[in-house]
Design a protein around this ligand. Structure first.
Ligand code: ZN
Length: 95
């Protein structure tokens, strides 16, 4: 569990909201609920596929076309820091 704003892992539980666990970031005060990181409905699996395609040399437009996702970079779905190939040194499926 990480803060969607500052990526801090210093998170506290902050009660329940409509039966979902609410969390608050101790670092920046951002409040969020479980599964906040999928606002567009993209699953973690799709995300990893996109990242794998990226590190294998596919361009963003090709990935968007193949996976049917849009605005891959500008959405909160993938952050720029995640797009660094060095962020995935052991990504499965690589050569
Ligand atoms: Zn934060």
């Amino acid at each position: 569990m990480q803060c969607p704003d500052c990526d801090s892992s210093h998170i506290r539980k902050n009660g329940k909201h409509k039966d979902k666990q609410n969390h608050i970031c101790v670092n920046c005060g951002r409040q969020f609920i479980d599964h906040y990181n999928s606002p567009k409905g993209y699953s973690e699996e799709v995300k990893r596929e996109c990242l794998r395609m990226y590190v294998n040399g596919s361009g963003f437009r090709a990935i968007e076309r193949v996976k049917g996702v849009h605005h891959l970079i500008s959405s909160p779905f993938i952050s720029p820091s995640e797009l660094s190939p060095t962020a995935f040194p052991s990504l499965p499926g690589g050569s």
